[in-house]
Design a protein around this ligand. Sequence first.
Ligand code: 4GS
Length: 247
Amino acid sequence: MRIDIISLFPEMFSPLEHSIMKRAQEANYLQIQVTNPRDFAFDKHRIVDDAPFGGGAGMVMKPEPIYRAVESVTKTVEKATRRIILTCPGGTPLTQAKVKELASFEHLVFICGHYEGIDGRVREHLVDEAISIGDYVLTGGELPAMVMVDAVARMVPGVLGSGASAPEDSFYNGLLEYPHYTRPREFNGWEVPEILLSGHHKEINRWRRKQSLKNTLERRPELLENVELSAEDKKLLVEIKQEQAGG
Ligand code: 4GS
């Protein structure tokens, strides 16, 4: 997958040069490039923002440098299925379902807003979709772009390596995760659940599924409404509710 990021602050993307994202790029599962719209501002002072028409505080990012920056990264990628995304609080909320959808494209372009915002014509004419990472306001679209790139990248085959854990994590199956434990068996008097030491894989899987259902029921019950529960899941939920009622 190829990912292009359009940002006035390319240095902010250094987290992508570490750990899994670094390895994924080195192994060529991902090609990520950051393009600065300032390089496409052709006036003497390379101006990328201006005061808003109609007045008001703050500056607005001009459309032409962003338009040219996007053109420069789209014309070099041939015949790719592509999505041009604006990171913006008014966009579609980011969910794991949305992440999976984005992961099906060959080329993603993220436009990061900064200052008060971007000239409205960018969203109206250039962008395929605006996406938000949550109902709060940040200083720029760089962190949201990084969140989206990270979440999408780990869905790309190969990125997580051979011990691929994407199918098991939170939200992949619509539920929260079960807890994980490692050595030592006892620490500070705190013990790991006995069942995990038993070697009974069927029982362990049942216990994990039950913990997953329990965490979801207790912390995010609304998620259960959108999950297909098996007969076994329903039995486990009855057990959980009985245990809760029993104190
Ligand atoms: C978000 C968000 C955001 C909005 C960018 C104010 C600078 C800022 N982008 N999800 N201007 N939440 N963007 O807060 O995506």
